[in-house]
Design a protein. Structure first.
Length: 315
């Protein structure tokens, strides 16, 4: 579907006016206010982002409004991370957004988002931000939640959509919405993959062709781990996935974890049921994350061998 190129605003005032104009100009199907769906991004958009926007369009409906924010948030980058080199292509992003039904783009500068410099008051992700990513990127999740909360206040959506690839981020956002009584629905959208399994990410652009091949070990390990779930329980899931990652050339693992999808806590070895297998690894200088849902089934007992007696063997 081709729609007109979305309008781009960068100041708070322009955003407020555009939101007001949309609210006045477009009553919802039942005559009430039209639904607004927001997709927050850092730009360098790929098909994974575009899928979020397509879903946002479906959520907002034909009379609703789809708003995409593009902002590389300094608060969520640590020292020595890729804040300065993070890919930026606003014109290219806006052109892509025109193909998937976005109505409006909010692309503020850091001065607009943080007019007083670094914010003194921030959101703490608490324990949801201290494990996994939090161990390797201290403060990252607090920076994410702080900007997400600000963008929710500025854009006032009915629904905000986030990719399941950033599983810990999605969980932390859901937790913030619950714990701080925010009046917004949060929707998780499945990860979009390249045909060979690589999870789409703006950071894939950093990979050399050789590293791109090496990076496939992440999705391969997750798939193999998930396939081991119905056979050997949690220990088999982890052993299978780590076997593949440890044997993969050029891949340095930050963590591999099998967690409860609601709490991100490690699942005990004897736990059965739905779980999430997550990996973060560096391929060259590029840090990638991925995850996969796993159905953990109890490890089978050593199969009992029942010898046939002469009588049973005789028909
Ligand atoms: O997932 C991202 O792209 C970012 O973490 C987000 C949610 C836009 C906040 O900066």
């Amino acid at each position: 579907m081709t729609t007109p190129t979305p309008a781009v605003v960068s100041s708070r005032e322009e955003l407020r006016d555009a939101l007001l104009a949309a609210t006045l100009g477009s009553p919802g199907a039942a005559g009430g206010p039209a639904r607004r769906a927001v997709v927050m991004t850092m730009g360098a958009l790929h098909d994974g982002h575009l899928e979020l926007v397509r879903r946002a369009r479906a959520e907002a409906g034909p009379d609703g409004q789809v708003l995409v924010t593009i902002f590389v948030n300094p608060l969520q980058f640590g020292k020595g991370e890729d804040l300065d080199t993070y890919p930026r292509d606003l014109d290219g992003d806006v052109a892509k957004l025109g193909t998937v039904g976005a109505d409006l783009v909010f692309a503020p500068t850091p001065d607009v988002m943080y007019p007083d410099g670094d914010p003194v008051v921030r959101v703490s992700a608490g324990c949801a931000g201290q494990v996994l990513e939090g161990v390797h990127r201290p403060g990252h999740m607090d920076g994410v939640l702080t900007v997400v909360l600000k963008l929710l206040h500025l854009t006032r959506p009915d629904v905000a959509l986030f990719g399941q690839k950033d599983a810990q981020q999605l969980l932390a956002v859901r937790r913030m919405v619950r714990d701080l009584d925010l009046d917004v629905e949060i929707l998780g959208v499945p990860t979009v993959r390249e045909p060979d399994g690589l999870a789409m990410s703006s950071r894939n652009a950093y990979l050399s062709p050789e590293e791109r091949g090496q990076a496939l070990a992440l999705s391969r390990a997750l798939r193999a781990g998930a396939e081991a779930g119905p056979r050997g329980g949690a220990p088999a899931v982890l052993a299978t996935a780590s076997g593949i990652l440890n044997a993969a050339p050029g891949v340095v693992v930050d963590y591999l974890a099998l967690v409860d999808p609601d709490t991100v806590e490690d699942v005990p070895a004897d736990r059965t049921g739905p779980a999430l297998l997550l990996v973060a690894a560096r391929v060259g200088t590029t840090r990638l994350i991925d995850n996969q849902a796993v159905d953990v089934v109890a490890a089978p007992e050593t199969p009992a061998v029942v010898p046939l007696t002469g009588q049973e063997a005789t028909p």
